[in-house]
Design a binder for this molecule. Structure first.
Ligand code: ADP
Ligand code: MG
Length: 727
């Protein structure tokens, strides 16, 4: 591996400020590359246009004839906008995005160019799916997978390719991707939340989930990235001593964003806007070379697609600017990792944010219904939410004193804590007129219209109410947000269904008024959900103990977190809400476990190679240098009678001890890795998580120590200070 030095790389910086249009033009480029309503109106006839709209709004099927017309319109739009190929764009269970490109043009036997893109090509495709993980679904049924158009997320052009967002399912209709269960969860939530909203409105016909994500990432020099095999192979550094200047704020450094980074950000923002991703670039950094990007919130399915698309294009655009984007949750030890905050709420087709308090007691009661039901859902299914954010990368963050802990809890702030306390006192059964008035005026009526209180924020909470939405903060930076959003929608859907049933029953059986019944049910929910509410420091040891007492889960590793998918309780809720059947859930479990196993195995392999091929040989060289030095010094000593060699000898002993300890650990790790071959998937994952991965840290102790001891001239790996402070 060629060694790249800090000074040398500085020289090679290419400053290429982009020639971009001024800010005022941004509204013009927004959605330029999207087959949006405006483009559809232009390219589709009325029937076709209406069919798409019906499909988007009501989930209605599109018949083949109309599909042909839509395909023709879409193709014309795409070709007029420079597309030559089309692809079904989908998100397999690995969480990444996948595509299979086909040309719009074909040569006829007599050499003429034919354009082809029919309704069936729009609606359905058969990717070479054998390479996508499926947890055994396709193997058992010997069915092939196919992709099917999702009209609720508009097609777009990226580069010269028309990308059609699709689901990926087996021929038996089973989910092989992330989007299918997400769409089902949205349907389930729509149905349940709309039914509940009828207590308050007659004109609501649909409820959507809204998602606004905040994406953190590192941006590092491409050449430096390439000089680190661990970054290239695993997305994170497996060794490396934190620099003396880590995160301690250095205003000068953090305040200025170099032109090269600005150029990247500008291009990313413009490309995002063209693709209809409503981003607002942010420049706030926590760690050196760390940045964040956030769009305005959108309907959840679209927002999930936009996040996946963004992660994809930011990598491509970064490379153009000689950068590499790191989406890994913890690329550098000792330096803050990256997460992805998921701001989530529900909104009616009449434009009401269901998690926003309002001016009237009625609106506030409605707010409380959705607010408390969400808390109850999280309380009842905290383990599923934990599983939804589990990944090898995120294991480094959760519980590592920088991201929320692996314990799921809900933060609601002082004001709402007080409101819940008072609601807990509501009389059982019928309410006296005085109590009703009192509730309306002094409890519900006192919820301020705007709860966005910036002083009342708890950054250590994984699931915090932030005024008009919940913010799920424990999601990993590289995660496909479709997964946690699916679980959240699903558990709230199930909860709202139960709520509706209970309230209706109470009205019918106990002769209560609607709002009396609602107060009665909410009171019980508050009592039942108390253990999930936590306002204190989520990073503290005390909380871990307290959470244990409260019976909250605290899964430290991905395999332990994923186990919940095999429980009866999980199978039931997935089935009841129609999100995944038992086989699909099992497949999801296996694929995610398998991903974990593969990742840790790769890390083990890379760490062993890095140690034995890079670090130990360098340490040997230094050892030899020291030995030679000591030899020379000893000759002098014997003539001068001095004691020159003591420091060199001490260093030699230290380096030699490190080498011995390190090589012993690597041998131990390699033996353990070789031995897991015979195990089944679950056992493999367990051994990797609890026996092999802990050795990484032990190895790292010695490699980091050697980095400090060995002559900088000899050290074969680019150091943290070079990677992190070069930009
Ligand atoms: P933070 O303090 O966490 O950085 P910001 O206000 O900067 O908060 O970011 C808030 C995020 O929440 C944005 O992405 C925004 O689009 C999103 N958001 C705001 N309202 C909603 C909502 N009703 N539903 C979903 N997301 C929302
Ligand atoms: Mg946030």
């Amino acid at each position: 591996m060629p060694k790249i030095r800090f000074d040398a790389i500085k020289e090679t910086f290419r400053r290429n400020p982009l020639k971009v249009k001024p800010v005022s033009k941004r509204t013009e480029i927004f959605g330029k590359n999207v087959f949006n309503q405006k483009a559809m109106e232009h390219y589709l006839d009325k029937n076709a246009y209406q069919a798409v709209m019906q499909a988007i709004e009501k989930g209605q099927k599109i018949d083949r004839n109309i599909a042909d017309q839509i395909a023709a319109g879409m193709k014309n739009w795409a070709i007029n906008n420079g597309a030559t190929h089309y692809t079904h764009w989908f998100q397999p269970l690995t969480g990444a995005t996948a595509e299979k490109h086909d040309s719009f043009f074909e040569l006829s036997p007599d050499g003429r160019i034919l354009e082809k893109f029919s309704g069936s090509q729009l609606v359905q495709q058969e990717p070479d799916a054998s390479s996508f993980p499926n947890g055994g679904i396709r193997n058992t049924f010997e069915a092939r997978g196919y992709t099917a158009w999702d009209p609720s997320s508009p097609a777009f052009i990226y580069g010269t390719t028309l990308c059609i967002p699709t689901v990926f399912v087996s021929y038996t209709g089973e989910a092989l991707d992330i989007k299918t269960p997400l769409l089902r969860s949205l349907q389930s939530l729509d149905k349940a939340a709309t039914a509940v909203s009828r207590y308050f409105h007659r004109d609501v016909h649909k409820v959507i989930a809204t998602l606004g994500w905040e994406q953190e990432y590192f941006l590092i020099d491409k050449a430096l990235y390439k000089s680190r095999p661990d970054l290239v192979m695993t997305g994170r550094t497996l060794t490396g001593h934190p620099p003396a200047r880590g995160q301690q704020l250095d205003d000068h450094y953090f305040g200025s964003i170099p032109e090269r980074v600005m150029a990247f950000m500008r291009e990313l923002e413009i490309e995002s806007l063209k693709l209809g991703i409503p981003v607002k670039t942010r420049h706030n950094e926590v760690a050196p070379n760390q940045f964040e990007l956030a769009p305005v919130f959108e309907e959840a399915n679209l927002s999930v697609d936009h996040n996946s698309l963004l992660m994809d294009i930011m990598t491509k655009i970064a490379r153009k600017h000689n950068f590499e984007v790191l989406l890994h949750e913890k690329p550098f030890a000792g330096i803050n990792g990256s997460g992805k905050h998921n701001n989530w709420s529900m909104m009616t087709d009449t434009g009401i944010n269901l998690l926003s308090p309002g001016k009237t007691p009625m609106k506030n009661l409605e707010f409380l219904v959705y607010f408390i039901n969400t808390i109850k859902a999280v309380n009842d299914y905290e383990e599923l939410l934990r599983a939804a954010i589990a990944s090898a990368g995120n294991d480094h963050r959760l519980g590592a004193n920088e991201a929320p802990p692996a314990i799921i809890s809900v933060f609601i702030g002082e004001q709402l804590t007080q409101v819940l306390k008072e609601l807990k006192q509501v009389t059982d059964g019928k309410l006296s007129p005085k109590e009703k008035t009192d509730l309306k005026l002094n409890v519900v009526g006192k919820i301020p219209e705007i709860l966005l209180d910036n002083t009342d924020r708890n950054r250590t909470s994984p699931f915090a109410f932030t005024g008009n939405r919940f913010e799920f903060r424990a999601v990993g930076s590289s995660a496909n947000t479709g997964n946690p959003m699916m679980v959240l929608n699903m558990i709230v859907a199930k909860q709202l269904r139960d709520f509706k049933k209970e309230v209706d029953q109470m009205i019918a059986q106990k002769d209560l008024k609607k709002d009396e019944a609602i107060f009665n049910v909410l009171r019980e929910y508050i009592k039942q959900s108390e253990r999930i509410l936590f306002e204190g420091d989520g990073y503290s040891k005390e909380w871990e103990k307290e959470a244990k007492k409260r019976g909250l889960s605290n899964a430290q590793t991905t395999p332990d977190a994923l186990k919940v998918y095999t429980t009866k309780k999980a199978k039931n809720i997935f089935a009841e809400t129609g999100v995944l059947n038992e086989r699909e859930l099992q497949a999801k479990y296996e694929v995610e476990l398998d991903q974990y196993v593969m990742k840790i195995l790769i890390e083990a392999g890379v760490l062993a190679d890095l140690t034995m091929n890079h670090i130990v040989p360098a340490a040997f060289r230094y050892q030899q240098k020291l030995a030679q030095l000591i030899n020379d010094l000893q000759k002098l000593e014997s003539t001068e009678n001095g004691q020159f060699s003591h420091e060199a000898l001490r260093q030699l002993k230290e380096v030699s001890a490190d080498i011995e300890n390190l090589t012993k650990l690597v041998r131990e790790m390699r033996q353990k890795v070789a031995a897991i071959d015979a195990l089944d998937l679950e056992d493999k994952a367990q051994v990797l998580a609890h026996e092999i991965k802990p050795i990484f840290d032990k190895i790292r102790k010695y490699t980091d120590q050697l980095e400090m001891r060995v002559d900088d001239e000899i050290w074969p790996l680019t150091k943290y200070r070079e990677i992190l402070f070069t930009r």
